[in-house]
Design a protein around this ligand. Structure first.
Ligand code: ZN
Length: 250
């Protein structure tokens, strides 16, 4: 059954009213959903950072372990060389072994230096972890509070929202797909969520630009769907129909 233009406009206006009520519910939540999302992102960032620090500490600990082994090997070699030095046949052999011992002593010094550096860097990382963990804890508490607030608001309006969503679903079936599509498109682009408006006091109810009297008459006729030439919103009706002067109304 093909609906008349007037019926189509009426159906659109009903849908708009449902959507506007849904918008009001969402608006009550204010910036909370966004704040919750931001906090969740921030917390994930801190957790990643702490994970990175821990991985760096592990790498540094492995470096320390490696250098401890280098030291052990060098010490073993030095002991071996010292034994050999007891049994040299001449000064040349003695000096050659002394050189080897010197080299291994340098290895030990270098390993000690690396161990000290790595130990220092581990301490710095541990400090950074502590600071990050404190901030993380604060943010987690913020998140808990904000989430609680949001959950409270959401649960309060849950019933209404569910009912409105059902109405929306039903009402959508009364509107042909092509029209519904443009309705949704206009609504998505409109800051105030209005896709269907009426002419109020001679102006578009969406963008408040003046609608010429002839156009207002066409809108009232409802012979075709007319959109605002300024904002593209659909006109459902024009209030204040020109009536005979005797009624005293305009
Ligand atoms: Zn407009």
């Amino acid at each position: 059954m093909e609906l008349t233009i007037a019926q189509k406009l009426e159906a659109l206006l009903k849908l708009q009213s449902i959507d506007s009520q849904l918008d009001e519910i969402i608006k009550l939540r204010g910036d909370l959903p966004e704040e919750v999302r931001d906090l969740e992102d921030e917390i994930a960032g801190f957790e990643t950072r702490i994970g990175k620090f821990n991985a760096e500490i592990q790498a540094l600990e492995e470096e320390i372990e490696r250098n401890r082994n280098v030291k052990k090997d060098a010490e073993k070699l030095i002991n071996k060389y010292k034994d050999q030095q007891m049994n040299v046949r001449n000064n040349r052999e003695y000096d050659a072994i002394s050189k080897e011992i010197e080299l291994q002593s340098l290895e030990i010094e270098l390993a000690d230096k690396r161990i000290n550096e790595a130990t220092f860097r581990i301490r710095t990382k541990e400090e950074e972890i502590k600071v990050t963990q404190n901030t993380l804890k604060e943010r987690q508490e913020d998140l808990k509070a904000k989430k609680g607030e949001l959950d409270q608001l959401t649960s309060e309006s849950q019933e209404d929202e569910k009912k409105l969503m059902q109405h929306r679903e039903e009402q959508s079936h009364h509107i042909e797909e092509r029209l519904l599509k443009s309705y949704n498109k206009i609504r998505n682009n409109a800051i105030n969520g209005l896709a269907v408006v009426t002419v109020k006091r001679g102006a578009c109810g969406g963008c408040f630009n003046v609608v010429p009297p002839q156009r207002q008459a066409d809108i009232r006729d409802k012979k075709k769907i007319i959109v605002c030439e300024h904002c593209g919103r659909i006109f459902a009706d024009a209030e204040g129909a020109p009536e005979p002067a005797t009624t005293g109304r305009r």
